[in-house]
Design a protein around this ligand. Structure first.
Ligand code: PCA
Length: 327
């Protein structure tokens, strides 16, 4: 029954979309986002919606639903693909198991600054967005998280300290990282992270200072290691059928809003990166660089993970890395 209702909803949405597009009536679009309303990605989603309203002269009215309230993080990509919603935001590296190229921003120690991450995206954007189009998703803008580091509830100096630790991962790459360190991974969305830590389902994780701050993880954990292993991105995407049904002027208005918001979001991420560390420390956490022994182990795991990604993506992955290094 549930799936029939969903199909009916999808058909109704498609129908209303087609009518709206041809008669230039205002469209109402719901935009699911996975992270908390006060997170900069979600705030920028609201900025984007405002710009779209302005640049389409009210033609497209986007309502942002943050915090996984409309669809949970893990469901958002599919909801857009199948037209249950026309637009949404998702952490795409979570889907690298399905489309390995999407793991371009999860390669440890390849691009560890915003400038390098931009350069890597410039190399990856063409092939990655083409892959997404092939699965019905048109990418509007992407926005990086700050660098990824490790949260623990004890001091960690090497893998000798991480054996058996229950580790919250956000995709297969982070699960692999955990396993290489002798930890036990469990995949949990950020929206459920506080609960996972409170109940002991997880006792460590990898993420930015941003997610640690949003989820007040100092209530459960004590140490943050600023490894800065990679800067993964969230993507705002539109259902391809919905996109193709828009006239050129509307597509142009959305693209302009997306370009401006993507740039502003990236700048905001860079601006907040250090501030998040200050907040973790102000709330009692020990925020520090990883020690030399731990770092050496992480780098060795990173080299292995890069080799796996290259094996999974073949010439396409290699071309991205070559283009990145050539620039
Ligand atoms: N926060 C998100 C993804 C990357 C990040 O910094 C999370 O932990 O789910």
């Amino acid at each position: 029954m549930k799936s029939i209702t969903k199909i009916a909803t999808t058909l109704a949405m498609t129908a209303s979309f087609t009518v709206g597009a041809t008669s230039a009536m205002a469209e109402s679009w719901d935009m699911p986002m996975a992270y908390s309303a006060t997170n900069f990605h979600s705030e920028m989603g609201v900025v984007f919606a405002d710009k779209v309203r302005e640049y389409t002269n009210g033609g497209i009215d986007i309502t942002v639903h943050p915090g996984g309230s409309l669809f949970k993080g893990g469901e958002i990509k599919r909801a857009i693909q199948t037209g249950q919603v026309n637009i949404g935001e998702r952490f795409m590296a979570a889907h690298a198991n399905e489309v390995p190229l999407l793991g371009w921003d999860n390669l440890p120690f390849v691009a560890t600054t915003y400038a390098q991450n931009d350069k890597l995206w410039a190399a990856a954007q063409g092939p990655v967005t083409a892959k997404l189009e092939a699965i019905n998703l048109v990418t509007l803008y992407t926005c990086p998280w700050p660098g990824q580091g490790f949260y623990f509830k004890k001091e960690v100096n090497s893998s000798a300290d991480t054996k058996g630790v229950k580790f919250r991962s956000y995709n297969t790459a982070t699960a692999t990282f955990a396993e290489e360190l002798g930890m036990v991974p469990v995949q949990v969305e950020a929206a459920e992270l506080s609960q996972a830590l409170a109940t002991g389902v997880a006792e460590a994780f990898i993420s930015s200072g941003s997610t640690g701050y949003d989820r007040k993880v100092w209530e459960h954990l004590t140490h943050y290691y600023k490894v800065n292993a990679w800067l993964p991105r969230n993507y705002v995407m539109v259902n391809k059928g919905a996109w193709d049904g828009l006239d050129a002027a509307t597509q142009g208005a959305l693209t302009k809003a997306a370009d401006e918001t993507g740039a502003a979001c990236s700048a905001k991420s860079a601006e907040l990166a250090g501030w998040y560390f200050e907040q973790l420390a102000a709330n009692g956490m020990t925020v520090q660089d990883a020690g030399p022994e731990f770092l050496k182990e992480l780098e060795a795991i990173g080299t292995k993970m890069q080799a796996t990604w290259l094996a999974d993506t073949g010439a396409e992955g290699q071309a991205i890395l070559d283009a990145y290094k050539a620039n």
